[in-house]
Design a protein around this ligand. Structure first.
Ligand code: ATP
Ligand code: MG
Length: 339
């Protein structure tokens, strides 16, 4: 790969693990599949779990480990969500599985990405295909949700659930990226990045790349505010000031504060609600008050997701919080400041 192409690659590709040793935070899975492969008894695999946790990366790295640099000859990658129909997939599999390599190293590998996007009819015919070609092929099915897969298909595979990657492992991974890209990240920015990535390494890398692109001078520091901005999440201090306005100001001022927050920061009400839910942990509230607020906010969140009117929902947020808090002050336990 020439230096220029390498430079213009998105970081999620540039820093895709090259070997199983570079897959972070999925140690047990890596150890187990590696053992299977070394003992030459790889079963059909199912990797499932949330996005950006390393499913595709792990199977590609495993293929490289089994077959070496020319692994592509022995691997067929299919994306099940391509709109091609099961017949095309079946033919491709048939063609691939039935040509034997002269210097064959046992089985070939068929990777079926996004299998949960297949119709159940397609999944049904897939189980027959798997059985038919088991002699010289192994399938690896990748999906986000195992419950969307046909039970008969599931029972033919050994399942591995990819957990959201823990913050420690993401930190380790991005440490190398920060060094290679010569980034200057403040420690609060790093904490925010780890928290907001929510176990998704792809998001962590994308945000870092976006932050670098946003610097006017590459030597500048990346601070906490930039991370929140690139991720499109509200900064906790903004969430707090809106919350305080709802508690202390009159109705109109509180309403205008929410509108200002939406218009100037370009943030959605749904993000504000998520911010409030997190913020509530910092306050000493009666359990009943907290329950009332959370119940109200979850109903508003649902209404927004169904296309509810923003003005009405903004008012509903104010109403929910104030009503719950007023009940609390009635029994003489005023809300306390953050701990
Ligand atoms: N465990 C990990 N260790 C190191 N890098 C990772 C890991 N998981 C994800 N990444 C990084 O994130 C990018 C996306 O990962 P990958 O394609 O493997 O995710 P995925 O689990 O297959 O997600 P999806 O469900 O969206 O297909 C990779 O290119 C890699 O740079
Ligand atoms: Mg994938």
């Amino acid at each position: 790969m020439t230096a220029d192409i390498q430079k213009s690659l998105p970081w999620i590709e540039k820093y895709r693990p090259d070997s199983l040793n570079e897959v972070y935070g999925q140690d047990e899975i890596v150890t187990t599949v590696r053992k299977f492969a070394h003992e030459g008894r790889l079963p059909h695999l199912l990797f499932y779990g949330p996005p950006g946790t390393g499913k595709t990366s792990t199977i590609i790295a495993l293929a490289k480990e089994i077959y070496g640099p020319n692994y592509k000859n022995m691997v067929l990658e299919l994306n099940a969500s391509d709109d091609r129909g099961i017949d095309v997939v079946r033919n491709q599999i048939k063609e691939f599985a039935s040509t034997m390599q002269i210097f064959s190293k046992g089985f070939k590998l068929i990777i079926l990405d996004e299998a949960d996007a297949m119709t159940s009819a397609a999944q049904n015919s897939l189980r027959r295909i798997i059985e038919k070609y088991t002699k010289n092929t192994r399938f690896c099915i990748l999906a986000n949700y195992a419950h969307k897969l046909n039970p008969a298909l599931l029972s033919r595979c050994t399942r591995f659930r990819f957990q959201p990657i823990n913050e420690g492992a993401i930190k380790e991974r991005i440490k190398n990226v920060i060094i290679k890209e010569e980034l200057h990240l403040s420690s609060t920015a790093e904490d925010a990045l780890l928290k907001l990535s929510k176990g998704d390494m792809r998001r962590a890398l994308n945000v870092l790349q976006a932050c670098k692109a946003g610097l006017s001078d590459p030597q500048d520091d990346i601070d906490e505010d930039m991370i929140y901005e690139c991720i499109g999440a509200p900064h906790p201090k903004d969430v707090k000031s809106v919350f305080h306005s709802i508690l202390r100001d009159d109705w109109t001022t509180a309403y205008l504060t929410i509108s200002k927050f939406r218009n100037t920061k370009g943030l959605a009400l749904i993000d504000l609600i998520a911010g409030f839910v997190e913020l509530l942990n910092n306050y000493k509230l009666n359990p009943s008050t907290k329950i009332a607020i959370l119940k109200g906010l979850s109903e508003i969140e649902y209404a927004i997701s169904k296309g509810g009117n923003t003005k009405v929902q903004s008012s509903a947020i104010i109403a929910t919080i104030r009503q719950a808090i007023e009940l609390q002050t009635e029994i003489h336990k005023p809300i306390e400041e953050p701990l």
